[in-house]
Design a protein around this ligand. Structure first.
Ligand code: PEP
Ligand code: MN
Length: 341
């Protein structure tokens, strides 16, 4: 971190300021120029508050040189993180993994049939919302604890690990045997929830917030990792822009950029990113080509009658077609589509 001081700074102010950093085990190098004095901070500055420094009356400006996220950065951990749940169900590295299932769990028959269908087509994880974050309090809120029970039943029938969204730390007790906990876009900056998830030894699928920057997203991942849980999977699900013809705008460039910045796996959600089932297949191929480690896709047996997000859901037949294309394309991008063993 570089701090440029104002020309009128006194020696005593510099000394006191340097002592403050010394107390935090940070070394300070000083360069005195004709116009200004510059301090260079050496050591782990991830806990240093940039705003606090900027507020000092004798500070002209401050600039970070190293990244504010540490555990998630490629510099800290150069090799790819691979999250492995056994049976070939892994995300990261050379794997291309597909998570599929309905937006919401609606009944035992629905989730069990869909679990069989998506497994047959090649998915290695089953998704399904039990607790649903809906814009309207009058809309279907999900089957809640009963929905989790039905997901467990579908897992027992197929062996597929389950991925489902948590909305409150108060529900953690219900999520003990969930294989991958999803943090939805609306909760990406629910820091108290992230801290609780940091205490678990369980993969967390962290969706990008509706209007969050890549750095904010990586800082949210850092919250989970700082607590000791390093099994974080990032999910790009589209961001809010001025465009209204698609539900969100899929930030495809975020994928290769994240691959440079972090070792964490990156999956793409083409369903919420577009809001239109006709756009899902091309965005799946684009995500693979851009370097994603996998996809999370909404599939419904009867999309027009879905309780939630039918317009963006693929039928099992459409999903099977997408999987066939991905199987053929994956080797061209140095990826191998996961196979459930
Ligand atoms: C979902 O996956 O069903 C969901 C609600 O997604 P998001 O948080 O990305 O809107
Ligand atoms: Mn949905």
């Amino acid at each position: 971190m570089i701090i440029v001081l104002k020309p009128n700074v006194s020696e005593q102010q510099i000394e006191e300021f340097s002592r403050y950093f010394g107390e935090h085990s940070i070394r300070v190098n000083k360069w005195v120029g004709d116009q200004s004095t510059v301090l260079g901070l050496l050591g782990d500055t991830s806990a240093v508050d940039v705003d606090f420094i900027q507020q000092q009356e004798f500070v002209e400006r401050v600039q970070r040189v190293s990244k504010p996220y540490k555990k998630g950065s490629r510099e800290f951990h150069p090799t790819d993180t691979v999250v492995d749940l056994g049976h070939g169900c892994c995300i990261g590295g050379d794997n291309f993994s597909v998570i599929a299932g309905p937006c919401s769990v609606e009944s035992e028959e629905q989730i069990t049939l869909l679990a069989r269908d998506v497994k047959q087509a090649g998915a290695t994880f089953l998704r399904g919302g039990a607790f649903k974050p809906r814009t309207s309090p009058y809309a279907f809120q999900g089957m809640r604890a009963e929905g989790l029970e039905l997901l467990r039943h579908a897992r027992k029938e197929t062996g597929l690990p389950i991925v489902t969204e948590i909305m409150s730390a108060a529900h953690l007790i219900l999520f003990e045997d969930v294989d991958v906990i999803q943090v939805g876009a609306r909760n990406m900056q629910n820091f108290e929830l992230l801290k609780e998830l940091g205490k678990l030894d369980k993969p967390i699928l962290l969706k990008r917030g509706l209007s969050n920057t890549i750095e904010e997203w990586l800082m949210s991942a850092e919250y989970i990792m700082a607590g000791g849980n390093e099994k974080v999977i990032l999910c790009e699900r589209g961001i809010r822009t001025f465009e209204t013809m698609t539900r969100n705008t899929l930030d495809l460039a975020a994928i290769p950029l994240l691959k440079e910045l972090t070792h964490l796996p990156v999956v793409v959600d083409p369903s919420h990113a577009t809001g239109k089932s006709s756009l899902v297949a091309p965005m799946c191929a684009a995500a693979l080509a851009a370097g994603a480690d996998g996809l999370i896709i909404e599939v419904h047996n009867d999309p027009p009658r879905a309780m939630c997000d039918g317009a963006q859901s693929l039928t099992p037949a459409q999903f099977t077609e997408v999987m066939e294309k991905l199987k053929a394309l994956a080797p061209a991008f140095d990826k191998t589509l996961n196979i459930f063993k």
